[in-house]
Design a protein around this ligand. Structure first.
Ligand code: IMP
Length: 468
């Protein structure tokens, strides 16, 4: 019985990747198909990454990254989908690559984790095929066994000292580590593995060699391909790593030049070790991060940390205000970046307005005056005041009192940073991104004398003392 064989492979104790390759091979053979692929969703559920495959050429596997919501998206809704002619079907992201590979029909079934779909099993044929109910049931059974393999791997990773009593069925969603281990391919050079680890550490998404670019042809025949080492989706950037050997650098430069000529829309960087440290530094990561920007002594929150936190706040706000229209009110200019990211992630109808303030000192101490009022009325509306940082709390208190006079239906506060230790007046903060110590911070909208707002991370200014 073929399904019994697949179950036996699943229990074999072989490395995960070999198990998945073997299941792909057996599934293809039983279904008399030309190829089969186990595709896992990346942790952000944006891409499908081939993790176990059989019968597919390297060129086809490297046809480009598969965007989960563009490549037969209905599978992600939990459905088995059959495609009769892949070269013509709108749901296929790379029809030309399918034609070149000789792929005609495709059957895709979801792989379910505890919280929904975590991947897909796809079966490919070279002839038009109307997949039978046996085909579908067999593929679904194989997908269910793959899910168990992933569960087992996740449980093994999360339990360094396995104890039957502590295995909770709710921990079986493949973790970030399981997925990231799965997609850690056999790197062709140790520096690639190191770069991947570095990217993982800083939580920058990456795909390894997802696309092979033909760079030379003779007639219809491709005579030279170039496969950049990495693709970083967040930055829409391909990366080719180099060692220090000049001969190799010259050769790589030649290929990159050709690639740029033939594919002008593709962004690619050739990186050596110090280059990639500099690239990471731009986003506030890595050993050079602070040194990269003059005046910054330390990175407090890098780009990815900020984005994750903003995402969490936006989710909470969307949940708390569900069913209501919301007005986001920001104070210029420090809130610029935060407001922009937050409003894009709030999944409710929102309107946005801004106020301007200026500070002056008089005999009674520091005071705030409003230099720009709201453009629209907030009477009877739910208002969320969005702040970059709350320090003494004086600005916020003043503005809240001003806004309350306009009789909103509700008035709450969301601040990215809370410098609680410096608080003088008590104000209630409903949503807080991060608490910070008594240090002057800049970046991501926050400035010092008008500078540093454009840094994509938040850093501490120093060590030079800040003039009073
Ligand atoms: P508060 O009235 O003392 O709470 O001051 C709030 C305003 O001071 C913020 O909106 C910022 O413009 C500014 N501010 C306070 N601390 C910092 C900082 O560490 N970096 C940049 N601006 C700051």
């Amino acid at each position: 019985m073929a399904i019994k064989d697949i179950a036996a492979v699943a229990r074999s104790g072989l490395p995960l990747k070999r198990i998945l390759n073997s299941i792909a091979r057996r599934t293809a053979r039983v279904l008399q198909a030309a190829g089969c692929a186990v595709m896992m969703l990346d942790p952000q559920k944006k891409f499908l990454i081939p993790t176990g495959t059989y019968g597919l050429s390297d060129l086809y596997l490297r046809k480009g990254y598969l965007r989960a919501h563009h490549s037969i998206p209905a599978i992600l809704e939990g459905k088995a989908i059959a495609i009769l002619d892949a070269s013509k079907d709108q749901r296929i992201e790379y029809p030309q690559a399918a034609r070149d590979e000789g792929i005609v029909s495709i059957l895709g079934v979801p792989i379910f984790g505890t919280d929904g779909v975590v991947g897909e099993l796809r079966i490919y044929t070279h002839e038009p095929r109307r997949f039978s109910s046996f085909d579908r049931e067999f593929a679904s059974a194989a997908a269910a066994i793959i899910a168990l393999v992933l569960d087992k791997e996740t449980a093994r990773q999360s339990l360094p000292q396995p104890s039957a009593t502590t295995i909770s069925p709710t921990t079986t969603q493949p973790t970030r580590q399981t997925v990231s281990r799965l997609r850690h391919p056999d790197f062709s050079h140790p520096s690639e593995a190191e770069f991947a680890r570095l990217l993982d550490f800083y939580r920058i998404d990456w795909l390894y060699e997802p696309r092979a670019f033909p760079i030379k042809r003779e007639g219809n025949r491709i005579t030279e391909m170039f496969t950049p080492d990495f693709y970083l989706p967040e930055m829409d950037l391909y990366i080719e790593l180099t060692t220090m050997k000049q001969r190799l650098i010259t050769e790589k430069n030649r290929r990159i030049r050709l690639l740029r000529q033939l594919y002008p829309d593709i962004k690619i960087r050739l990186l050596n070790r110090s280059d990639y440290a500099k690239l990471l530094a731009k986003y506030g990561y890595g050993p050079l991060a602070a040194a990269k920007v003059q005046g910054i002594s330390r990175v407090l929150f890098n780009h990815a940390q900020i984005q994750r936190r903003v995402g969490t706040l936006a989710k909470r706000i969307s949940r708390d205000y569900a069913g209501h229209d919301l007005v986001l009110v920001g104070v210029l200019k420090g809130v610029l970046c935060f407001m922009s990211d937050l409003m894009q992630r709030v999944s409710l109808p929102v309107t946005v307005d801004f106020m301007g303030v200026s500070y002056f000192a008089d005999a009674a101490g520091e005071a705030v005056t409003i230099t720009k009022r709201l453009d629209t009325s907030i009477e009877g509306k739910h208002v969320l005041m969005v702040e970059d940082i709350v320090d003494t709390g004086m600005t916020l208190k003043y503005l809240l009192e001003h806004l309350a006079d306009h009789k909103p239906a509700s008035l709450k506060v969301c601040t990215l940073l809370d410098k609680r230790i410096r608080r003088i007046v008590d104000v209630k903060l409903d949503y807080v991104g991060f608490e910070v110590a008594d240090e002057f911070v800049v970046g991501y909208g926050l400035d010092y004398q008008g500078k540093y707002r454009n840094l994509p991370f938040i850093g501490v200014l120093g060590p030079a003392p800040i003039p009073e």
